[in-house]
Design a binder for this molecule. Sequence first.
Ligand SMILES: [Zn+2]
Length: 263
Amino acid sequence: MPFTGFNLSYPEYEVTTPHTKLTFNVRSLNVSEEEKMKGSLVSPNKITEHLNKCIYETLVKKPAAIKDFEAFLKTCTLKDRDALLYGLYHITYEEVRNYDITCSTCGKQYPVTIQASDTFNFNVFPHKDILKKEYKIALPVSKGITAVIKQPSLWDEMTAIKNLSSRPGSSIELITETLILDRFEQEIEGDKKAKIYKERVDLLDAYLTLPARDKRVIHKTYQDELGKYGVDLKMKSFCPHCSAEEDVDIDLVSQFFRMVYSA
Ligand SMILES: [Zn+2]
């Protein structure tokens, strides 16, 4: 007889996002979705887009305000996506298999297998409206220049990748790294009004000219105010070669793709 569908209900997992504090239910990926994800690995520019779509399609329960994909992208942050991805990973694969660790004491590699839930840490943003917050940093080396940073949404990320990734010299890493910049303000002597740089292209060019110390202050401020809130997968492991203890931070995105690819 022709296949008319199993009428399955997939396993679900509830996720609260650490930045925007919204509650979602994600369901397990199915085989066809895994195959689609594999296809996205071919073009690095498309990975983020595929990942967002894939997560969105597995949301079986979401806040009423999120009516479509665009609203989802505008509401959630990159750290929120990490949490959703964790939920999706947990409900689809359960464990992290053959994760390779390089011992920092003896330099040898060894694989570990762990339950994703055993390594899970959740640190929630303690204030409201994370997407509206701004932090002004007077750069310590570049006198008279203020960097204003904010928490980017998935929409900001997608737009930046779309507009900038074909531009010579702008890698995905650089685009991602500069997403937290909202604008630079430069005071001009004798001028009452500061010069403001807000376009992403200008922000990227300006960022590349900064002294290294200014760059570090920008990222440290982001980490202290916003970046430390989120989910992470942390574990302790012991090297079988020299028995040194290792604190391991599992990179969820690359692990996710590794699992999809080996499934
Ligand atoms: Zn070792």
